[in-house]
Design a protein around this ligand. Sequence first.
Ligand code: DGL
Length: 246
Amino acid sequence: MRAGVYDSGVGGLTVVKSLIQHKLFDEIIYFGDTARVPYGIKDKNTITRYSLEALEFFKNFDIDIMIAACNSVSAYAIDELKANAPFKVSGVIKPGVLALKNKIPNREAKILILGTNATINSGKYERLLNTHGYQNIESLAPSLFVPVVEEGLFNGKVLETVMRHYFEGITQPDAIILGCTHFPLISKEIQKFFPKAVLIHSGEAVVEFLEDAFGITETHENTQMKFFASENPDKLKEVAKRWLKD
Ligand code: DGL
């Protein structure tokens, strides 16, 4: 079984890490649109155009499924991808909401959604959560988290100051949706601010979803990786080596 994993840049590697840990695929082709990251500040038309270009790229490979490991793409372009793809397509938003439903059955629970401007402005998480009965929802776009993570600052004073800026005044949620694939890299620090919250990670959510929705289960093979990027692929490979190492 072969997957194409697509993200605006390196963030989707947090999803790849879960896919590798659960051995869901024999091979993963990763494409990061590093020349045009970040997507989270762009509008629906632009994100959709970029996503359809990525789809054309994946048509060169014999993949079974394309995974849009980017919440901003999942927010704005997933229907267009599904309508044009000759293979299966999965995003990360529906899997995230289903994972939350499994972990937090109480519909009165307070849910905090953290995502990029694109993801939050699309309202897609909120709408889907509403259809499953959740009403107590707060959405936040901590835009500075992405560049701080890109800079490799996964803890320390800078991250702490940025977190305090966004999180001060937010009441303790019961669950937090890490609605941006960069955020699992700083989940320990987010948890320090909100110690009681259950965190929903796109990677783990996708693993559950692929098993339930498509019957994709563990193989006995180790996953072979191929990395592609629209700019500076060596840098992407370097980051992948560090992030995927354990
Ligand atoms: N990977 C993107 C997401 O999950 C975040 C980075 C970006 O803004 O491109 O939304």
